[in-house]
Design a protein around this ligand. Structure first.
Ligand code: IMP
Ligand code: MG
Length: 191
């Protein structure tokens, strides 16, 4: 197998990182654990996975293939950040779900829970649509940044208060395609 990260083919992007927090193999191992846990917890349920665009897509693609159930999949897109690194607290629905939540066991899949404002809004909004149950799975969580109380049921990794990119997470729409999670070099962050 050709390992892109080790042959120099992905070095363009790696050169922009001050630090790597989680390498690809560590991420894959953790995502498989989460998938196995979700498979157990939803064995006799009617699972609908709701991926939050765009950040969650890389995590979601791996997670889905670790869940051994006849699940359904839908997507929502919300805006909370624009191109900046601070949350505005204002959440807007850019794309809504295609299916009803009635009778479904809904699992929201997020890239990262930072202030928690986006998730708080999503949980309130989706609970009002009468799902059978509603839980949250996030790849990353920054507990130190939380400004609102919101329950997260599955967490890939907890991280300190650092702005990270990769594995779906962006800075100004870049770096989503990194297979690892890194911290950008300070000189590449504007302002
Ligand atoms: P919250 O509303 O502050 O919890 O922010 C949630 C959203 O902010 C996430 O879905 C991400 O799109 C973005 N975000 C928060 N922290 C980071 C980060 O460290 N890197 C990239 N995006 C982030
Ligand atoms: Mg973003």
């Amino acid at each position: 197998m050709i390992r892109l990260g080790e042959g120099g083919l992905m070095d363009n992007l790696r050169n922009d990182m001050a630090q790597i927090l989680f390498e690809e193999d560590e991420i894959q191992a953790r995502v498989h654990e989460l998938g196995a846990q979700i498979t157990k917890d939803y064995a006799d349920k009617n699972l609908l996975v709701v991926g939050i665009l765009k950040g969650a897509i890389v995590f979601l693609a791996d997670l889905l293939r670790s869940i051994d159930l006849k699940l359904r999949l839908d997507f929502m897109a919300v805006s909370s950040y624009g191109d900046a690194v601070e949350s505005s607290g204002v959440v807007r629905i850019l794309k809504d779900l295609e299916q009803s939540l009635e009778g479904k066991d809904v699992l929201i899949v997020e890239d990262i829970v930072d202030s928690g404002l986006t998730l708080k809004y999503l949980v309130q909004n989706l609970s009002s649509r009468r799902p059978n149950s509603l839980r949250v799975c996030t790849f990353l969580s920054k507990p130190a940044r939380r400004v609102t109380d919101v329950q997260v049921d599955y967490v890939g990794f907890e991280i300190p208060d650092q702005f990270v990119v990769g594995y779906g997470l962006d800075y100004a729409e870049r770096y989503r395609n990194l297979p690892y999670i890194g911290v950008l070099k300070q000189e590449l962050i504007e302002g």
